[in-house]
Structures are given as C-alpha cells and as structure tokens.
Write a new protein. Structure first.
Length: 103
C-alpha cells in the first residue's frame, strides 16, 4: 500500500469529511483524500485518493483490523506540509483532535 502522511498535519490542515462510507466520496481533482485509521492502539494517515487504495483499507476496516476510519480532504497544495511522521498513539490522536476542535 502506498503513500502515508503525518496524522497531526492532516488533522490541522485537512477538512474532516467524517466516518468513511462504503463508497469512496468524490472530493474534486484539487484535493487528496486521506484516512485517519486507528486500531485502538495507534493511528496512521494513508492516502486514499485512488479508489483501489480506499477499497483495500475499507475492506481491512470491515475485517476488524481498523476500529475507526475517519476521512479528510486536503488541498494538493497543502499536502507537501504533511510529511509522514509514522504512526501516533491513540491517546496522542485524541489530544490532537481535541486541540484542533478548540481552534
């Protein structure tokens, strides 16, 4: 599976679409679709723009590998500001989401 971004920066720079639906949402050509996926211990932020990638991660969610799958869209011109920083703990993700909601 392909490209990953930094969870923190996706939450900060992206627009939350919400819980991932079965059918990949359309976001327009100027955006990147990124998932924040959590397994209950840690979270990652893969690029889900390609439908095949979206369907692979969604299938893993349905199988129970991922407990939560939220999606964000982010403008292509901002994605360079979201380099992959590896996985983050769920506790840290919760703190990031809380801080972002206060802004």
């Amino acid at each position: 599976m392909g490209t990953y971004y930094g969870v923190r920066k996706i939450v900060e720079n992206g627009e939350k679409i919400g819980f991932a639906p079965e059918k990949q949402p359309r976001i327009g050509e100027d955006n990147i679709l990124v998932g924040i996926l959590s397994n209950g211990v840690w979270a990652i932020a893969p690029d889900l723009t390609r439908e095949s990638e979206y369907q692979q991660f969604y299938a893993l969610y349905l199988q129970g590998m991922w407990l939560k799958m939220e999606i964000y869209k982010i403008p292509k011109d901002k994605i360079k500001d979201c380099p992959n920083e590896g996985r983050v703990s769920v506790r840290e993700l919760e703190q990031i989401l809380k801080a972002n909601s206060l802004n």
